[in-house]
Write a protein that binds this ligand. Structure first.
Ligand code: NAD
Length: 456
Protein backbone atom coordinates (compact mmCIF):
# COMPACT_ATOMS: atom_id res chain seq x y z
CA UNK A 1 0.00 0.00 0.00
CA UNK A 2 1.23 3.50 -0.81
CA UNK A 3 2.30 5.52 2.23
CA UNK A 4 -0.11 8.32 1.39
CA UNK A 5 -3.04 5.90 1.26
CA UNK A 6 -1.93 4.17 4.46
CA UNK A 7 -1.63 7.47 6.31
CA UNK A 8 -5.05 8.63 5.10
CA UNK A 9 -6.71 5.35 6.10
CA UNK A 10 -5.17 5.46 9.58
CA UNK A 11 -6.40 9.02 10.02
CA UNK A 12 -9.90 8.00 8.95
CA UNK A 13 -9.88 5.01 11.25
CA UNK A 14 -8.64 7.04 14.20
CA UNK A 15 -11.37 9.59 13.57
CA UNK A 16 -13.98 6.80 13.66
CA UNK A 17 -13.23 6.67 17.45
CA UNK A 18 -12.97 2.89 17.44
CA UNK A 19 -9.47 2.86 18.99
CA UNK A 20 -10.80 4.93 21.88
CA UNK A 21 -12.83 2.00 23.16
CA UNK A 22 -11.03 0.24 26.02
CA UNK A 23 -12.58 -3.08 24.99
CA UNK A 24 -11.13 -2.67 21.49
CA UNK A 25 -7.66 -1.85 22.81
CA UNK A 26 -7.54 -4.79 25.19
CA UNK A 27 -8.83 -7.21 22.54
CA UNK A 28 -6.12 -6.02 20.12
CA UNK A 29 -3.39 -6.37 22.75
CA UNK A 30 -4.53 -9.92 23.53
CA UNK A 31 -4.54 -10.71 19.82
CA UNK A 32 -1.04 -9.27 19.48
CA UNK A 33 0.24 -11.42 22.35
CA UNK A 34 -1.28 -14.57 20.85
CA UNK A 35 0.34 -13.80 17.49
CA UNK A 36 3.78 -13.44 19.04
CA UNK A 37 3.28 -16.67 20.96
CA UNK A 38 2.14 -18.49 17.83
CA UNK A 39 5.10 -17.26 15.78
CA UNK A 40 7.89 -17.52 18.36
CA UNK A 41 9.88 -20.08 16.40
CA UNK A 42 9.79 -17.93 13.23
CA UNK A 43 10.96 -14.93 15.25
CA UNK A 44 13.88 -16.92 16.73
CA UNK A 45 14.87 -18.23 13.31
CA UNK A 46 14.88 -14.78 11.65
CA UNK A 47 17.03 -13.10 14.28
CA UNK A 48 19.48 -15.99 14.38
CA UNK A 49 19.88 -15.75 10.63
CA UNK A 50 20.34 -11.98 10.79
CA UNK A 51 23.05 -11.79 13.45
CA UNK A 52 23.33 -15.07 15.29
CA UNK A 53 21.24 -14.14 18.31
CA UNK A 54 20.30 -17.20 20.32
CA UNK A 55 16.82 -18.22 21.45
CA UNK A 56 17.90 -17.60 25.06
CA UNK A 57 19.01 -14.00 24.45
CA UNK A 58 16.05 -13.31 22.16
CA UNK A 59 13.57 -14.50 24.76
CA UNK A 60 15.35 -12.82 27.68
CA UNK A 61 15.88 -9.43 26.04
CA UNK A 62 13.08 -9.12 23.49
CA UNK A 63 10.04 -11.40 23.70
CA UNK A 64 9.84 -11.55 27.51
CA UNK A 65 9.73 -7.74 27.64
CA UNK A 66 6.93 -7.70 25.08
CA UNK A 67 4.87 -10.24 27.02
CA UNK A 68 5.55 -8.45 30.27
CA UNK A 69 4.46 -5.05 28.96
CA UNK A 70 1.43 -6.40 27.08
CA UNK A 71 0.27 -7.97 30.36
CA UNK A 72 0.79 -4.65 32.16
CA UNK A 73 -1.26 -2.82 29.51
CA UNK A 74 -4.05 -5.42 29.49
CA UNK A 75 -4.28 -5.05 33.26
CA UNK A 76 -4.03 -1.25 33.51
CA UNK A 77 -5.33 0.34 30.31
CA UNK A 78 -8.82 0.70 31.75
CA UNK A 79 -7.76 2.48 34.94
CA UNK A 80 -5.09 4.59 33.20
CA UNK A 81 -7.69 5.78 30.65
CA UNK A 82 -10.22 6.89 33.25
CA UNK A 83 -10.77 10.56 33.84
CA UNK A 84 -9.17 11.69 37.08
CA UNK A 85 -10.74 14.24 39.41
CA UNK A 86 -8.46 16.91 40.81
CA UNK A 87 -9.21 19.58 43.41
CA UNK A 88 -10.96 22.65 41.99
CA UNK A 89 -10.22 25.49 44.41
CA UNK A 90 -12.44 28.34 45.55
CA UNK A 91 -12.05 30.46 42.40
CA UNK A 92 -14.08 28.05 40.31
CA UNK A 93 -16.59 27.05 42.99
CA UNK A 94 -18.94 25.16 42.49
CA UNK A 95 -17.26 23.58 39.46
CA UNK A 96 -15.40 20.30 39.18
CA UNK A 97 -11.99 19.78 37.60
CA UNK A 98 -10.83 16.61 35.96
CA UNK A 99 -8.25 15.26 33.52
CA UNK A 100 -9.20 13.08 30.57
CA UNK A 101 -6.44 10.91 29.10
CA UNK A 102 -6.85 10.71 25.34
CA UNK A 103 -4.90 9.11 22.49
CA UNK A 104 -2.87 11.36 20.21
CA UNK A 105 -3.90 9.94 16.83
CA UNK A 106 -1.78 8.46 14.06
CA UNK A 107 1.65 7.53 15.41
CA UNK A 108 4.93 6.52 13.82
CA UNK A 109 7.42 4.16 15.46
CA UNK A 110 10.92 3.96 13.97
CA UNK A 111 13.06 1.16 15.37
CA UNK A 112 16.79 0.46 15.70
CA UNK A 113 18.35 -2.84 14.70
CA UNK A 114 20.09 -4.06 17.84
CA UNK A 115 16.99 -5.39 19.62
CA UNK A 116 14.82 -5.41 16.51
CA UNK A 117 11.64 -6.92 17.98
CA UNK A 118 11.63 -5.12 21.28
CA UNK A 119 12.57 -1.68 19.93
CA UNK A 120 9.89 -1.68 17.22
CA UNK A 121 7.10 -3.61 18.89
CA UNK A 122 7.27 -2.35 22.47
CA UNK A 123 6.57 1.28 21.50
CA UNK A 124 3.93 0.00 19.08
CA UNK A 125 1.96 -1.93 21.73
CA UNK A 126 2.33 1.06 24.06
CA UNK A 127 0.79 3.27 21.40
CA UNK A 128 -2.04 0.73 20.88
CA UNK A 129 -2.72 0.62 24.63
CA UNK A 130 -3.01 4.41 24.66
CA UNK A 131 -5.59 4.20 21.84
CA UNK A 132 -3.64 5.31 18.77
CA UNK A 133 -3.11 3.84 15.34
CA UNK A 134 0.49 2.91 14.50
CA UNK A 135 2.80 2.71 11.52
CA UNK A 136 5.94 0.75 12.39
CA UNK A 137 9.18 1.22 10.45
CA UNK A 138 11.66 -1.36 11.77
CA UNK A 139 15.36 -1.13 10.99
CA UNK A 140 16.20 -2.52 7.57
CA UNK A 141 19.62 -3.84 8.68
CA UNK A 142 18.39 -7.14 10.15
CA UNK A 143 16.28 -7.75 7.03
CA UNK A 144 14.82 -11.08 8.13
CA UNK A 145 13.46 -9.75 11.42
CA UNK A 146 11.97 -6.78 9.60
CA UNK A 147 10.32 -9.13 7.09
CA UNK A 148 8.93 -11.48 9.71
CA UNK A 149 7.38 -8.61 11.71
CA UNK A 150 5.81 -7.24 8.53
CA UNK A 151 4.49 -10.66 7.59
CA UNK A 152 2.92 -11.43 10.97
CA UNK A 153 1.43 -8.00 11.65
CA UNK A 154 0.29 -7.09 8.15
CA UNK A 155 -1.45 -10.42 7.64
CA UNK A 156 -3.36 -10.20 10.90
CA UNK A 157 -4.23 -6.55 11.48
CA UNK A 158 -6.00 -4.05 9.31
CA UNK A 159 -3.55 -1.49 7.86
CA UNK A 160 -6.03 1.15 9.03
CA UNK A 161 -4.99 0.32 12.58
CA UNK A 162 -1.43 -1.04 12.70
CA UNK A 163 0.92 -1.68 9.83
CA UNK A 164 4.61 -2.41 9.25
CA UNK A 165 6.35 -0.49 6.49
CA UNK A 166 9.71 -1.97 5.56
CA UNK A 167 12.56 0.09 4.14
CA UNK A 168 15.59 2.25 4.80
CA UNK A 169 16.41 5.95 4.67
CA UNK A 170 14.27 6.66 1.60
CA UNK A 171 11.15 5.08 3.09
CA UNK A 172 11.67 6.81 6.43
CA UNK A 173 12.16 10.14 4.69
CA UNK A 174 8.93 9.59 2.79
CA UNK A 175 7.07 8.76 6.01
CA UNK A 176 8.49 11.80 7.77
CA UNK A 177 6.85 14.11 5.24
CA UNK A 178 3.45 13.39 6.84
CA UNK A 179 2.07 15.12 9.90
CA UNK A 180 2.04 12.39 12.52
CA UNK A 181 0.54 13.00 15.94
CA UNK A 182 3.56 11.40 17.58
CA UNK A 183 6.90 10.02 16.43
CA UNK A 184 8.73 7.52 18.61
CA UNK A 185 12.29 7.00 17.42
CA UNK A 186 15.03 4.68 18.66
CA UNK A 187 18.46 5.03 17.09
CA UNK A 188 21.62 7.07 16.84
CA UNK A 189 22.13 10.72 17.78
CA UNK A 190 22.77 11.95 14.18
CA UNK A 191 19.59 10.31 12.87
CA UNK A 192 17.74 11.54 15.97
CA UNK A 193 18.54 15.06 14.77
CA UNK A 194 17.07 14.29 11.33
CA UNK A 195 13.87 12.99 12.93
CA UNK A 196 13.57 15.96 15.30
CA UNK A 197 13.98 18.40 12.42
CA UNK A 198 11.35 16.64 10.31
CA UNK A 199 8.97 16.51 13.30
CA UNK A 200 9.51 20.22 14.03
CA UNK A 201 8.05 21.13 10.62
CA UNK A 202 4.71 19.74 11.80
CA UNK A 203 5.20 20.49 15.51
CA UNK A 204 4.87 16.75 16.07
CA UNK A 205 5.81 15.61 19.59
CA UNK A 206 8.68 13.14 19.70
CA UNK A 207 10.24 10.60 21.97
CA UNK A 208 13.88 10.12 20.99
CA UNK A 209 15.59 7.08 22.49
CA UNK A 210 19.22 7.68 21.55
CA UNK A 211 22.63 6.43 22.62
CA UNK A 212 25.89 7.65 24.09
CA UNK A 213 28.87 6.51 26.11
CA UNK A 214 27.71 5.00 29.40
CA UNK A 215 30.44 5.15 32.07
CA UNK A 216 30.95 2.48 34.71
CA UNK A 217 32.61 3.58 37.93
CA UNK A 218 34.43 0.85 39.84
CA UNK A 219 35.46 2.07 43.27
CA UNK A 220 38.08 0.46 45.54
CA UNK A 221 35.56 -0.88 48.07
CA UNK A 222 33.43 -2.89 45.65
CA UNK A 223 33.06 -6.65 45.61
CA UNK A 224 35.43 -7.25 42.70
CA UNK A 225 34.27 -10.71 41.64
CA UNK A 226 30.60 -9.77 41.62
CA UNK A 227 31.40 -6.47 39.86
CA UNK A 228 33.34 -8.30 37.14
CA UNK A 229 30.59 -10.90 36.74
CA UNK A 230 27.86 -8.28 36.27
CA UNK A 231 29.93 -6.07 33.95
CA UNK A 232 31.02 -8.96 31.71
CA UNK A 233 27.42 -10.14 31.31
CA UNK A 234 26.11 -6.63 30.56
CA UNK A 235 28.94 -5.68 28.21
CA UNK A 236 29.13 -8.81 26.07
CA UNK A 237 25.43 -9.66 25.93
CA UNK A 238 24.40 -9.09 22.29
CA UNK A 239 28.16 -8.66 21.64
CA UNK A 240 28.11 -5.20 23.20
CA UNK A 241 25.50 -3.95 20.72
CA UNK A 242 23.29 -2.59 23.50
CA UNK A 243 22.44 1.07 23.98
CA UNK A 244 22.79 0.81 27.78
CA UNK A 245 25.86 -1.46 27.80
CA UNK A 246 28.72 -0.25 30.02
CA UNK A 247 30.69 1.63 27.36
CA UNK A 248 33.89 2.06 29.37
CA UNK A 249 35.22 1.45 32.87
CA UNK A 250 36.64 4.04 35.24
CA UNK A 251 38.49 2.11 37.91
CA UNK A 252 40.44 3.22 40.95
CA UNK A 253 44.08 2.56 40.09
CA UNK A 254 44.64 0.58 43.31
CA UNK A 255 42.33 -2.23 42.12
CA UNK A 256 42.84 -1.97 38.33
CA UNK A 257 44.85 -5.18 37.94
CA UNK A 258 42.60 -7.12 40.30
CA UNK A 259 39.54 -6.02 38.32
CA UNK A 260 41.15 -6.91 34.98
CA UNK A 261 42.04 -10.39 36.28
CA UNK A 262 38.47 -10.89 37.50
CA UNK A 263 37.03 -9.68 34.17
CA UNK A 264 39.26 -12.14 32.27
CA UNK A 265 38.20 -15.01 34.53
CA UNK A 266 34.52 -14.24 33.99
CA UNK A 267 34.89 -13.93 30.21
CA UNK A 268 36.59 -17.32 30.10
CA UNK A 269 33.87 -18.77 32.29
CA UNK A 270 30.97 -17.41 30.19
CA UNK A 271 32.38 -17.81 26.66
CA UNK A 272 34.19 -20.94 25.56
CA UNK A 273 37.43 -20.17 23.77
CA UNK A 274 36.57 -22.28 20.75
CA UNK A 275 36.88 -21.28 17.10
CA UNK A 276 33.55 -19.40 17.24
CA UNK A 277 33.94 -18.29 20.87
CA UNK A 278 30.57 -19.84 21.62
CA UNK A 279 27.55 -20.79 19.56
CA UNK A 280 25.49 -18.34 21.63
CA UNK A 281 27.82 -15.39 21.15
CA UNK A 282 26.18 -12.78 18.92
CA UNK A 283 27.73 -11.58 15.62
CA UNK A 284 28.37 -7.95 14.61
CA UNK A 285 25.38 -6.74 12.58
CA UNK A 286 27.29 -6.03 9.33
CA UNK A 287 30.78 -5.62 7.90
CA UNK A 288 30.51 -1.82 8.04
CA UNK A 289 30.19 -2.00 11.82
CA UNK A 290 32.82 -4.75 11.99
CA UNK A 291 35.31 -2.48 10.18
CA UNK A 292 34.37 0.49 12.36
CA UNK A 293 35.02 -1.55 15.51
CA UNK A 294 38.25 -3.03 14.20
CA UNK A 295 39.60 0.50 13.68
CA UNK A 296 38.91 1.31 17.34
CA UNK A 297 41.20 -1.44 18.58
CA UNK A 298 44.69 -0.19 19.36
CA UNK A 299 46.70 -3.47 19.29
CA UNK A 300 49.13 -2.11 21.85
CA UNK A 301 46.35 -1.62 24.36
CA UNK A 302 44.74 -5.06 24.13
CA UNK A 303 45.07 -6.82 27.46
CA UNK A 304 42.58 -9.56 26.65
CA UNK A 305 40.88 -10.92 23.52
CA UNK A 306 41.24 -9.14 20.21
CA UNK A 307 39.89 -12.12 18.29
CA UNK A 308 38.57 -10.95 14.89
CA UNK A 309 36.96 -12.91 12.05
CA UNK A 310 35.59 -10.62 9.34
CA UNK A 311 33.94 -13.40 7.36
CA UNK A 312 31.94 -14.52 10.37
CA UNK A 313 31.53 -10.92 11.59
CA UNK A 314 32.87 -12.11 14.91
CA UNK A 315 34.72 -9.97 17.46
CA UNK A 316 35.56 -11.77 20.69
CA UNK A 317 35.22 -10.07 24.08
CA UNK A 318 38.11 -7.62 24.19
CA UNK A 319 39.56 -5.57 27.05
CA UNK A 320 41.77 -2.54 26.38
CA UNK A 321 44.03 -1.14 29.09
CA UNK A 322 45.87 2.18 29.58
CA UNK A 323 43.16 4.00 27.68
CA UNK A 324 42.82 7.77 28.02
CA UNK A 325 39.89 10.10 27.40
CA UNK A 326 41.69 11.36 24.28
CA UNK A 327 41.88 7.96 22.54
CA UNK A 328 39.74 7.38 19.47
CA UNK A 329 37.73 4.69 21.25
CA UNK A 330 36.62 7.31 23.79
CA UNK A 331 35.16 9.73 21.23
CA UNK A 332 31.91 7.95 20.27
CA UNK A 333 29.64 5.21 21.55
CA UNK A 334 31.45 1.89 20.96
CA UNK A 335 28.42 -0.35 20.36
CA UNK A 336 30.47 -3.53 20.24
CA UNK A 337 32.38 -5.98 22.46
CA UNK A 338 35.35 -3.70 23.23
CA UNK A 339 35.81 -2.67 26.84
CA UNK A 340 38.27 0.19 27.47
CA UNK A 341 39.61 0.61 30.98
CA UNK A 342 40.68 3.98 32.32
CA UNK A 343 42.43 3.92 35.69
CA UNK A 344 42.03 7.00 37.86
CA UNK A 345 43.65 8.31 41.02
CA UNK A 346 41.27 11.16 41.80
CA UNK A 347 37.53 10.47 41.78
CA UNK A 348 36.56 14.16 41.78
CA UNK A 349 38.64 14.84 38.68
CA UNK A 350 37.11 11.79 37.01
CA UNK A 351 33.57 12.89 37.79
CA UNK A 352 34.40 16.30 36.28
CA UNK A 353 35.69 14.63 33.09
CA UNK A 354 32.45 12.64 32.75
CA UNK A 355 30.40 15.80 33.34
CA UNK A 356 32.30 17.63 30.59
CA UNK A 357 31.07 15.06 28.06
CA UNK A 358 27.53 14.65 26.68
CA UNK A 359 25.01 13.30 29.20
CA UNK A 360 25.02 9.51 28.82
CA UNK A 361 22.04 7.18 28.52
CA UNK A 362 23.25 5.15 31.51
CA UNK A 363 25.78 5.17 34.28
CA UNK A 364 26.81 2.38 36.63
CA UNK A 365 28.52 2.61 40.01
CA UNK A 366 30.10 -0.36 41.77
CA UNK A 367 30.84 0.45 45.40
CA UNK A 368 29.78 -0.13 49.00
CA UNK A 369 30.45 3.47 49.94
CA UNK A 370 27.02 5.13 50.10
CA UNK A 371 28.59 8.60 50.36
CA UNK A 372 30.50 8.28 47.07
CA UNK A 373 27.51 6.60 45.39
CA UNK A 374 25.30 9.50 46.46
CA UNK A 375 27.89 12.01 45.22
CA UNK A 376 28.04 10.45 41.73
CA UNK A 377 24.24 10.11 41.55
CA UNK A 378 23.88 13.77 42.51
CA UNK A 379 26.60 15.21 40.29
CA UNK A 380 26.39 13.20 37.07
CA UNK A 381 23.32 13.59 34.89
CA UNK A 382 22.31 10.51 32.86
CA UNK A 383 19.15 8.77 31.63
CA UNK A 384 19.03 5.92 34.14
CA UNK A 385 21.33 3.34 35.61
CA UNK A 386 22.21 1.08 38.47
CA UNK A 387 24.24 0.82 41.63
CA UNK A 388 26.19 -2.44 41.75
CA UNK A 389 24.58 -3.73 38.57
CA UNK A 390 24.40 -2.86 34.88
CA UNK A 391 21.60 -2.84 32.27
CA UNK A 392 19.05 -4.58 34.54
CA UNK A 393 17.28 -1.33 35.47
CA UNK A 394 15.48 -1.48 32.14
CA UNK A 395 13.72 -4.70 33.14
CA UNK A 396 11.56 -2.87 35.70
CA UNK A 397 8.55 -1.19 34.10
CA UNK A 398 8.09 1.00 37.18
CA UNK A 399 11.22 2.88 36.11
CA UNK A 400 11.04 5.31 33.17
CA UNK A 401 13.44 4.31 30.39
CA UNK A 402 14.95 7.14 28.39
CA UNK A 403 17.83 9.54 28.01
CA UNK A 404 18.62 13.13 28.90
CA UNK A 405 20.51 15.75 26.90
CA UNK A 406 22.12 14.11 23.87
CA UNK A 407 21.03 10.63 24.97
CA UNK A 408 17.37 11.33 24.34
CA UNK A 409 14.08 13.09 24.91
CA UNK A 410 11.20 11.49 26.81
CA UNK A 411 10.85 7.99 28.18
CA UNK A 412 8.71 4.85 28.09
CA UNK A 413 8.02 1.46 29.72
CA UNK A 414 4.79 0.81 31.62
CA UNK A 415 2.82 3.89 32.62
CA UNK A 416 5.61 6.20 31.37
CA UNK A 417 5.08 4.83 27.86
CA UNK A 418 1.32 5.16 28.14
CA UNK A 419 1.80 8.79 29.11
CA UNK A 420 4.14 9.49 26.22
CA UNK A 421 1.49 8.30 23.73
CA UNK A 422 -1.35 10.18 25.46
CA UNK A 423 -2.59 13.70 25.84
CA UNK A 424 -3.97 14.75 29.21
CA UNK A 425 -6.92 16.98 28.53
CA UNK A 426 -7.84 19.32 31.39
CA UNK A 427 -11.46 20.22 32.00
CA UNK A 428 -13.28 22.65 34.25
CA UNK A 429 -16.93 21.64 34.42
CA UNK A 430 -19.38 24.18 35.92
CA UNK A 431 -23.10 24.19 36.69
CA UNK A 432 -25.34 27.21 35.89
CA UNK A 433 -26.87 27.73 39.31
CA UNK A 434 -24.16 29.95 40.83
CA UNK A 435 -21.82 32.68 39.63
CA UNK A 436 -19.67 34.95 41.74
CA UNK A 437 -19.52 38.42 40.18
CA UNK A 438 -16.04 39.33 41.44
CA UNK A 439 -14.27 38.97 38.09
CA UNK A 440 -16.76 41.13 36.19
CA UNK A 441 -16.50 44.89 35.80
CA UNK A 442 -17.24 47.40 37.13
CA UNK A 443 -14.25 46.71 39.41
CA UNK A 444 -14.02 48.11 42.96
CA UNK A 445 -11.60 48.24 45.90
CA UNK A 446 -13.65 45.56 47.67
CA UNK A 447 -13.51 43.31 44.62
CA UNK A 448 -9.74 43.87 44.36
CA UNK A 449 -9.30 42.94 48.03
CA UNK A 450 -11.39 39.81 47.54
CA UNK A 451 -9.58 38.77 44.38
CA UNK A 452 -6.20 39.24 46.09
CA UNK A 453 -7.35 36.93 48.86
CA UNK A 454 -8.89 34.37 46.48
CA UNK A 455 -5.95 34.18 44.05
CA UNK A 456 -3.25 33.79 46.70
P1 NAD B 1 20.21 4.46 13.23
O1 NAD B 1 20.01 5.82 13.78
O2 NAD B 1 21.22 4.27 12.16
O3 NAD B 1 18.84 3.89 12.63
C1 NAD B 1 17.63 3.90 13.36
C2 NAD B 1 16.45 3.97 12.40
O4 NAD B 1 16.51 5.17 11.65
C3 NAD B 1 16.38 2.83 11.40
O5 NAD B 1 15.05 2.39 11.30
C4 NAD B 1 16.87 3.46 10.10
O6 NAD B 1 16.27 2.90 8.97
C5 NAD B 1 16.44 4.90 10.25
N1 NAD B 1 17.34 5.84 9.58
C6 NAD B 1 18.70 5.70 9.42
N2 NAD B 1 19.21 6.79 8.78
C7 NAD B 1 18.15 7.61 8.54
C8 NAD B 1 18.02 8.88 7.89
N3 NAD B 1 19.07 9.53 7.40
N4 NAD B 1 16.79 9.44 7.83
C9 NAD B 1 15.73 8.82 8.34
N5 NAD B 1 15.79 7.59 8.93
C10 NAD B 1 16.98 7.01 9.02
O7 NAD B 1 20.52 3.54 14.51
P2 NAD B 1 20.86 2.00 14.56
O8 NAD B 1 22.21 1.76 13.96
O9 NAD B 1 19.73 1.19 14.09
O10 NAD B 1 20.95 1.78 16.15
C11 NAD B 1 22.09 2.06 16.90
C12 NAD B 1 21.93 3.32 17.71
O11 NAD B 1 20.70 3.32 18.38
C13 NAD B 1 22.98 3.44 18.80
O12 NAD B 1 23.42 4.76 18.88
C14 NAD B 1 22.24 3.05 20.06
O13 NAD B 1 22.76 3.57 21.24
C15 NAD B 1 20.87 3.56 19.78
N6 NAD B 1 19.89 2.83 20.54
C16 NAD B 1 19.23 3.46 21.54
C17 NAD B 1 18.31 2.76 22.31
C18 NAD B 1 17.54 3.42 23.41
O14 NAD B 1 16.59 2.81 23.85
N7 NAD B 1 17.90 4.60 23.85
C19 NAD B 1 18.07 1.42 22.04
C20 NAD B 1 18.78 0.81 21.02
C21 NAD B 1 19.68 1.53 20.25
Amino acid sequence: MEIQELYRKQQEFFNSNETKSIGFRIAQLKKFKKLIEAHESELYKAIFEDFGKSEFETYASELSLLYHEINIFIKNTKSWSKRKKVSTGLVNFPGKCYIIPEPLGVTLVIGAWNYPYQLSLLPAITSMAAGNTVIIKPSELPSKTSAVMAKIINANFSPNYIHVVEGGVQTTTELLAYRFDKIFFTGSIPVGRVIYEAAAKHLTPVTLELGGKSPTFVLPDCDINMTAKRIVWAKFFNAGQTCVAPDYILVDQSIEQELIDALKTKIKEFYKDSEDIDENYVRIINTKNFDRLQKLIDPEKICFGGKLDREKRLIGPTILQNVSFDDEIMQDEIFGPLLPIIAYTDIDETITKVKERPKPLSCYIYSKNRKTIAKILKEVSFGGGAVNDSVMHLSNSNLPFGGVGLSGIGSYHGKFGFDSFSHYKSILDKPFWFESNIKYSPYSRTKLKLIKWLLK
